[in-house]
Design a protein around this ligand. Structure first.
Ligand SMILES: NC(=O)c1ccc[n+]([C@@H]2O[C@H](COP(=O)([O-])OP(=O)(O)OC[C@H]3O[C@@H](n4cnc5c(N)ncnc54)[C@H](O)[C@@H]3O)[C@@H](O)[C@H]2O)c1
Ligand SMILES: O=C[C@H](O)CS(=O)(=O)O
Length: 482
């Protein structure tokens, strides 16, 4: 892993080919979540500068949209190569500004690159259709056209993957992008965008605007020049942005909060279930939208599962991202730590047994110990709310039908996981769970070739797969009479 001097953090915003430096104190400070040290600053752009970025993106779109699919895919392939060539540097930036272990950061960079590679396939594009048997003298057909100037607002937990998952399909079909990265992790977005320019992405096709989230959000949401917004983040902010986009009736992709149940059925393979539970719960210290949130374990297996799970949790190693033995990094900030503490305190007050963890790490208050709570109940906040931290509440259940009914009543619907060796149960549960994505006998589901997204309050639209590209296309029907 490289240190901040070796990675040369780009401390500027990007509009067109111009890097906008910080000026005076009008800056956002970026901190290393593991040490609290200042990593660098990025500028707080004015509304005028954000509007200039929109106009720059519109100008670039008007020429890029005329390129051929093959030309656009060739540039995306170049970008993919540049990302691969710089993967260690990019992963170092992620670990420095987000805190995840370097091995996980490297995995994220490769996952991010896989979206660029996936959308660099010309055959993936949907180019419309023709009605083969129109009436005499008539031809009916559809064509697809790029939506136009798009905006992307991304979260801190996957600063690389959440960017390429939006930008790659947009560029592939001809759309230009204005990206607002999370204030906690702007340097990853800036580094990826610099590589895009080097790969031949025309200036103005990718712009990175940094600064006040509300100002940038309101500016892009109310701009008629911006035709689509893609947002990944909390449901609360997603709802706000949805309202803000109403006046211009924008296309929307919303990847919002989750609360993924992890169900261990009575016929589950316990060893597989514990392995999947570890993979799903503790990835990025529990700070992913598809982390298993609460565990629902059938009464007959509860004690065996809890004991095996506890053993694995106790073996997790906390430390700095640069240490190859580190499994769990720091949480992103004090607000996140205080939220996790409040949820664990609530569980304790409601009778939960804190079998392991339940407090900050003695070595550093920026880490939260991986925590196992048994005898958890559905009235606890850590079961009802998205924890976004390394806390695993175990709920005991005996009746599957009432469990599924209670889960279907939840507002969220992003991901769900269950372990069973019965084909009938697998078929039935996968159909009954009201979510966008289901993991069966696995705790890891994300794949660039498949549509990622949720239902209900977990969002709108899909990213990745074939569907991810239609989010950036409009369909035009043409009836020709001759
Ligand atoms: N469904 C998914 O794919 C997915 C992925 C990552 C995170 N999330 C969810 O996001 C949450 C954690 O991430 P977070 O704390 O970064 O979320 P957040 O919603 O606070 O921030 C996400 C992004 O929105 C920006 N933002 C915040 N307020 C804004 C406003 N008023 N106008 C414009 N932009 C604004 C932030 O600066 C950031 O860039 C969790 O709920 C998690 O589940 C969902
Ligand atoms: O946190 C949200 C991300 O979308 C999770 S994943 O990296 O796509 O699995």
């Amino acid at each position: 892993m490289m240190n901040e001097k070796q990675v040369d953090l780009k401390q500027a915003a990007l509009i067109g080919v111009n890097w906008i430096p910080c000026s005076g104190s009008n800056t956002l400070k970026v901190f290393n979540p593991a040490s609290g040290e200042l990593l660098g600053t990025v500028p707080k752009l004015s509304e005028e500068q954000v509007r200039y970025a929109i106009t720059t993106a519109e100008r670039a779109f008007n020429s890029w949209r005329k390129t051929s699919i093959n030309e656009r895919c060739a540039v995306l392939n170049n970008w993919y190569q540049k990302i691969k060539e710089n993967e260690e540097r990019l992963a170092s930036i992620i670990t420095l500004e987000q805190g995840k272990p370097f091995a996980e950061a490297l995995g994220e960079v490769r996952y991010a690159a896989s979206y660029v590679k996936w959308y660099a396939q010309p055959a993936l594009q949907d180019n419309g259709s023709a009605m083969p048997n129109g009436s005499e003298g008539e031809s009916l057909k559809t064509i697809t056209e790029p939506v136009g100037v798009c905006a992307a607002i991304t979260p801190w937990n996957f600063p690389a993957a959440m960017l390429t998952r939006k930008v790659a399909p947009a560029l592939a079909v001809g759309c230009s992008m204005i990206i607002k990265p999370a204030p906690e992790t702007p340097f990853t977005a800036l580094a990826l965008s610099e590589l895009a320019l080097l790969a031949g992405v025309p200036p103005g096709m990718i712009n990175v605007v940094t600064g006040d989230a509300q100002l940038i959000g309101d500016t892009v949401c109310t701009s008629k020049q911006v035709k689509k917004l893609s947002f990944t983040g909390s449901t609360a902010v997603g709802r706000h942005l949805m309202r803000a986009c109403a006046s211009t009736v924008k296309r929307l992709s919303l990847e919002l909060g989750g609360n993924a149940p992890f169900i261990v059925c009575s016929d589950a393979d316990i060893d597989k279930a514990v392995e999947g539970a570890m993979q799903s719960k503790f990835r990025n210290a529990g700070q992913t939208c598809v982390c298993a949130n609460a565990f629902y374990v059938h009464d007959s297996l509860y004690d065996r599962f809890a004991s095996a799970f506890e053993k694995r949790i106790k073996a997790l190693s906390l430390g700095l991202g640069g240490d190859p033995h580190t499994d769990i990094g720091p949480l992103i900030n004090e607000r996140a730590l205080e939220k996790v503490e409040a949820l664990v305190r609530d569980a304790r007050e409601k009778g939960g047994k804190i079998v392991y963890g339940g407090e900050r790490w003695a070595e550093s208050e920026r880490w939260y110990l991986p925590t196992l709570i048994t005898e958890a109940t559905t009235d606890m906040r850590c079961v009802q709310e998205e924890v976004f931290g390394p806390v695993a509440p175990l709920v005991r259940y005996s009746d599957e039908d009432s469990l599924i009914a209670s889960l279907r009543a939840q507002d969220t619907g992003l991901a769900a996981y269950f372990y069973s060796e019965s084909l009938k149960r697998i078929h039935d549960l996968a159909a009954e769970l009201e979510v966008g994505m289901v993991g069966v006998n696995t705790g890891v589901i994300s794949d660039p070739a498949m549509p990622f997204g949720g239902v209900k309050s977990s969002g709108l639209g899909r990213e990745g797969g074939r569907q991810g590209i239609t989010e950036y296309l409009e369909t035009k029907y043409i009836k020709l009479c001759y």
